[in-house]
Design a protein around this ligand. Structure first.
Ligand SMILES: [Fe+2]
Length: 204
């Protein structure tokens, strides 16, 4: 039976609004942003959930208040009430050279094949990477679009590294190798997946 969450619609509105700014970027970013927005639920309330949100205490979440504060009042108001009920997880196998990575970063898929809001067409969620953290090189068959919400980090795509401030969009084509490295600020970003959204991500 469908359930609803009182705080999720506001977060989704803020995420959609931020993602819609991608329409003003490069043609490739604009096209992907439009594709994602078209595939998302229409914003009517209540948003039906396939599963109710449940408490989540991933260790990276202590960085949410700072990331939200840096993003501004709309994000603080939208994220604070629901942040600890989102499905945060870390999906990679352990790596001996990065023993605490699973505690330093997580992502929460809000719309997707296994997300609280079901979609077979798109993955849409938040990525949180704590400060001074390397999210090492990885790749996946899905096309990925990020909207940077909070925190300037070094983003690497096909061996080219660029500092990406809030408001920037980063498009990762299918199977392109990419990585991120944060410095003094936690990184909060919206991500989307389209195309082959069922195959997992893997270290490159
Ligand atoms: Fe990715």
């Amino acid at each position: 039976m469908a359930v609803a969450d009182p705080d999720l619609p506001r977060l989704l509105r803020v995420m959609r609004h931020a993602f819609a700014a991608g329409r003003g970027h490069s043609p490739a970013v604009a096209a992907e942003a439009a594709r994602v927005l078209d595939a998302l639920p229409d914003g009517q309330e209540p948003v039906p959930l396939t599963t109710a949100l449940s408490p989540n205490d991933h260790p990276s979440l202590h960085q949410i208040p700072e990331a939200a504060r840096r993003a501004g009042p709309a994000w603080t108001e939208a994220l604070t009430p629901v942040a600890r009920r989102l499905p945060w997880r870390f999906g990679y196998a352990p790596r001996p050279d990065l023993p605490d990575l699973q505690d330093r970063m997580a992502w929460a898929e809000i719309v997707g094949p296994a997300a609280p809001i079901h979609s077979d067409r798109v993955g849409f969620g938040l990525t949180l990477i704590g400060r001074d953290t390397l999210y090492p090189a990885h790749r996946h068959p899905a096309v990925e679009l990020y909207a940077v919400v909070s925190g300037t980090a070094a983003w690497t795509l096909d061996s080219v590294t660029t500092q990406r401030p809030p408001g920037d969009f980063v498009l990762h084509p299918a199977q392109a190798v990419h990585a991120m490295r944060t410095a003094q600020e936690p990184l909060l970003a919206i991500y989307s997946w389209t195309g082959d959204i069922l195959s997992p991500t893997a270290y490159a």
